[in-house]
Write a protein that binds this ligand. Structure first.
Ligand code: MTE
Length: 323
């Protein structure tokens, strides 16, 4: 993004591969240690979140959804690049910083504040809060504003289910999200790279859209810290930066909330940030993208290929102006 921006052409598959092997070895050692400590290898009747660091812990009982890999018809991106090529500025601006510096980030217990225009505001313990909900797998195409993309098998629950549970009041037109502010744990917050805490927002119809999920994992496993543990937003028809990570607060309100990248550079990053091949970023084209792992670029699809499900929400809007 703004800081230390790396172009799609800077993604060197060789770097990813060597890092992947290294990290997998580290993870294998950690996982072996967990298994050795008496837990069943494979499907563990999981706590919803890994206690500390990032041992790979499988969820049990994740339901399939209609958003399967078969339905999408595209290959999944490997676990390695998904978890080692990240943007999470709280842990540093380089793509490999989040995997390197988030391993001791404490994600349990985790409080989630839900406030503003809802019937049941409160400070919830995330693990208790999520219990009645059934986890689903959602295989989504994800497109970064930096013109690279991945296909990720998320584990999560529809944000709409959470919203129904807390009950919306009539003046709730937007939802504002906030990431944890904790510079002691998040070394990147010691520098004013962005205005901390990281913030995002959605219009209520976007938040209620069946595609929008709160994700707690990927590849059937507990969310790695660098991908936004314990709880992050996933909105597959928008550029990746809308997917705010490690959320501690959701506020329902009448006004459009400020969002981190829009505050940092309004000309480059709008509130909507819908994937749109015909609206270029001021400094580069959005017409094509490089799927991580591929050599050649492919055309970017309108709304990232989710046009049928979402275009109706933007009918009549000038998407060149409301980008
Ligand atoms: N959330 C927080 N809190 N901090 C961040 O820096 N980066 C965003 C988004 N969510 C970011 C964040 C950006 S720019 C992108 S592209 C996606 O997370 C990347 O998610 P991934 O690393 O899981 O692919």
């Amino acid at each position: 993004m703004l800081v230390k921006f790396s172009k799609a052409s800077d993604v060197k598959p060789s770097e990813i591969t060597s890092k992947t092997l290294y990290m997998n070895r580290r993870r294998f050692l950690k996982t072996a240690a967990v298994a050795g400590a008496g837990a069943a290898f494979g499907t563990i009747a999981a706590p919803v979140f890994a206690a500390k660091g990032n041992p790979r812990v499988k969820f049990s009982g994740v339901q399939k959804s209609k958003w399967t890999q078969e339905a999408l018809g595209e290959e999944l991106t490997d676990y390695g690049p998904i978890t080692e090529y990240n943007n999470f500025y709280e842990f540093g601006a380089a793509k490999t910083d989040p995997a390197e510096y988030s391993q001791d980030f404490k994600t349990r217990p985790w409080s989630l504040t839900i406030d503003g225009a809802v019937e049941k505001p409160g400070v919830y313990d995330l693990e208790d809060f999520l219990k009645p909900h059934q986890l689903e797998e959602r295989v989504y195409r994800m497109r970064c504003v930096e013109a690279w993309s991945m296909v990720i098998p998320w584990v999560g629950i529809p944000l709409g289910d959470i919203i129904k549970r807390v009950g919306l009041k009539s003046d709730a037109k937007y939802v504002a999200f906030e990431t944890l502010l904790d510079p002691e744990q998040m070394r990147g917050q010691k520098r004013p790279v962005l205005k901390w805490p990281y913030k995002e927002g959605l219009r209520i119809d976007e938040a209620m859209n069946p595609l929008t999920i709160m994700a707690v994992g990927l590849y059937g496993e507990v969310m790695p810290n660098q991908n936004g543990a314990p709880f992050r937003l996933v909105v597959p028809w928008k550029y990746g930066f809308k997917g705010i990570k490690s959320i501690v607060r959701m506020t329902f309100q009448p006004d459009m909330p400020p969002t981190s990248w829009n505050v940092a550079s309004p000309r480059e990053y709008g509130f909507y940030s819908n994937v749109n091949p015909s609206v270029n970023h001021p400094r580069w084209s959005q017409a094509k993208e490089r799927r991580i792992g591929d050599f050649l670029k492919r055309p970017t699809l309108m709304f990232n290929g989710y046009e049928e499900e979402v275009a109706g929400m933007y009918a009549g809007m000038d998407l060149g102006k409301l980008y």
